[in-house]
Write a new protein. Structure first.
Ligand SMILES: NC(=O)c1ccc[n+]([C@@H]2O[C@H](COP(=O)([O-])OP(=O)(O)OC[C@H]3O[C@@H](n4cnc5c(N)ncnc54)[C@H](OP(=O)(O)O)[C@@H]3O)[C@@H](O)[C@H]2O)c1
Length: 177
């Protein structure tokens, strides 16, 4: 199973504008279309409870959306097994579990805490990062503040509009830990 981390960020690495969690207020139409396609065409999606809570997503039989939380019981009223699940396992346990179930792709769609917990354990195969030509100065980064030393290799990059929004794909270089 391939694990892919998906984000849209500014040139200064911000995934939110100032304190506002509404990403669609500043991401390009091209990125929104790309993300919608990814969302619609992939079965297994992983998200952190903070990102979910901002805009609770309805269950959909075409997806298994797994929300990572250390308190799954808090979210019981939202749960629909096989469609929208709340799980407290570690990133490593989730990767092992869904790999064994035969999924080919796991899309990790944020936010920063969840991304960092997968990156820290070298569980991400690729980063698909849309870079919007903007600078916000203040906002969340797509990793939380801690010492990391992760090397990546650019697989592809494409400018998709006249402002120069870039769709990039990077492979994570795994090192022995
Ligand atoms: N620009 C983009 O592409 C993009 C994409 C996604 C999100 N975002 C933004 O990111 C922000 C949210 O990110 P966030 O970092 O605050 O939250 P997050 O990563 O969405 O969720 C973090 C929460 O997940 C739970 N959790 C469960 N297992 C965990 C683990 N192993 N490691 C860490 N957390 C774990 C914890 O909450 P409990 O255990 O208490 O439930 C934790 O507080 C929002 O502002 C959203 O708009 C941007």
């Amino acid at each position: 199973m391939k694990t892919v981390l998906v984000f849209v960020s500014t040139l200064d690495g911000k995934i939110t504008k100032w304190g506002d969690p509404n990403v669609k207020s500043w991401s390009s139409k091209e990125d929104q279309n790309f993300f919608n396609k990814l969302w619609n065409n992939n079965r297994l999606l992983i998200m952190g409870s903070n990102t979910f809570y901002l805009d609770p997503i309805k269950p959909n039989p075409n997806h298994l959306l797994v929300i990572m939380t250390r308190q799954p019981s808090t979210y019981k009223s939202y749960e629909v097994l096989g469609q929208l699940e709340f799980r407290s396992e570690s990133p490593g346990q989730l990767v092992e579990h869904y790999d064994k179930e035969g999924h080919e792709l796991m899309l990790i769609v944020g936010g920063a805490h969840i991304a960092t917990s997968f990156l820290r354990e070298q569980l991400v195969d690729e980063l698909w990062l849309t870079i919007e030509p903007k600078i916000f100065g203040i906002g969340c980064n797509f990793v939380t503040e801690e010492k990391l030393d992760i090397k990546l290799e650019l697989l592809s990059s494409e400018s998709v509009n006249k402002q120069g929004t870039l769709f990039t794909k990077y492979a994570l270089i795994k090192e022995h830990i």
